[in-house]
Ligand binder design. Structure first.
Ligand code: NAD
Ligand code: ZN
Length: 346
């Protein structure tokens, strides 16, 4: 089968011919329908060496946002039938550490507090088939098209996890700011809209098209990134700042903005892996504003994300690219020209 593989650090990825994996005892082979191209893949491609928390063995197949159809069950596996559409939960923890036992496989302790996941050390879904370690990592999609649904497994799940931990702050009169309205940001806006009715959702981006999409997806305000956005958010919140600020970019200017628009006792949540530094002194971020950097999400949360999508409360703007055009998809993502999510369809 063909697989889009990282063969060396800072080397162009290659479409290589590799054997179709054979599902061993307990494993499941999935025929890939779609694999989302996440900005995290660009960070991996641009890294000089293995990023922290990533398995180091090369080559590996990229793609951690996957959905498809069950192809073959390994010996002993029950619960699924071939042909069934499924989405793949990607944080494959050890299953027995305290965090995994609590369902927080995204923070597996055996694997160093961060599950490596698939497509980041384990072979991912930018190939015709994907080997999954067990049926419990598969969630039935029902009537959802796996080519559309694939990004829900990361863009959807990561955004959901990041919002859910702060829901208690988002009552009437509250404000949530989403910095960066790309793949994750658009999901975050829709999830905020689906889970909160009273909160004012503010989107911030550098791209006018993304701002228009953000408005269409439920943002009450959509602001061009910069100092004017900071002033506008201050005005909107009576100079207090927002209860929740989600930085889906994570570079110096966005982190500075995040610190300035968060409020006392608020949450500043860094989701973007842009490598910037949050400026910290006694009054910034504001007093008792909690800062967190959540990673991906849990299996039960992915089930909730799928439910929201089945109820048509959230949905990704998807552009499809065949496997042989994966390079082009990533170039467009790098250039900021993907409107929602590029999904590779082997
Ligand atoms: P994307 O490229 O689809 O979206 C990024 C958006 O940020 C774009 O709309 C872009 O216009 C906007 N942007 C760029 N510079 C900006 C600025 N200065 N101000 C405001 N907006 C700006 O990327 P994505 O796939 O949505 O990923 C976003 C980030 O989240 C990436 O860094 C990715 O690695 C990270 N990520 C983190 C996790 C996690 O578990 N924490 C999971 C997935 C992705
Ligand atoms: Zn991702």
């Amino acid at each position: 089968m063909r697989a889009f593989q990282l063969v060396g650090w800072r080397r162009p990825l290659e479409l290589r011919d590799v054997p179709v994996p054979e599902p061993g005892p307990g494993q499941v082979l999935v025929k890939v329908a779609g694999a989302g191209a996440c900005h995290s893949d660009l960070h991996i491609m641009e890294a000089p060496g293995p990023p922290p928390g990533l398995a180091t063995e090369l080559p590996f197949t990229l793609g951690h946002e996957n959905a498809g159809w069950v192809e073959r069950l390994g010996p002993g596996v029950t619960g699924f039938t071939p042909g069934e559409p499924v989405i793949v939960y990607g944080c494959w923890g050890c299953g027995v550490c305290a965090n995994c036992r609590q369902g927080r496989e995204n923070y597996c302790q055996t694997l160093g507090g961060q599950g490596p996941g698939l497509g980041g050390g384990h072979d991912g879904g930018m190939a015709e088939y994907l080997l999954v370690p067990g049926p419990r990592y598969l969630i039935p999609l029902g009537t959802l098209d796996p080519r559309q649904a694939a990004p829900l497994s990361d863009a959807g799940l990561t955004s959901y996890h990041a919002v859910k931990r702060s829901l208690h702050l988002l009552g009437p009169g509250s404000t949530a700011v989403v910095i960066g309205a790309g793949g994750l940001g658009q999901m975050t806006i829709q999830i905020l809209r689906a889970l909160t009715t009273a909160t004012t959702v503010v989107a911030v981006d550098t791209d006018a098209g993304k701002l228009e999409t953000a408005r269409h997806m439920g943002a009450d305000e959509a602001l061009p990134s910069g100092d004017d956005a900071i002033a506008c958010i201050k005005d909107l919140t009576g100079q207090q700042g927002a209860e929740l600020v989600l930085d889906m970019v994570g570079i110096d200017p966005t982190l500075r903005m995040a610190a300035q628009v968060a409020r006392v006792l608020g949450h500043l949540t860094i989701v973007g892996l842009g490598g910037g530094a949050l400026p910290v002194d006694f009054t910034s971020p504001p007093h008792e504003c909690s800062v967190a950097s959540p990673y991906w999400g849990t299996l039960p949360e992915l089930m909730e994300v799928i439910t929201l999508a089945q109820q048509q409360k959230i949905g990704m703007l998807v552009e499809h690219f065949p496997l042989e055009h994966a390079h082009e998809a990533y170039q467009l993502l790098h250039d900021g020209k993907i409107h929602g999510r590029a999904v590779i369809t082997p």
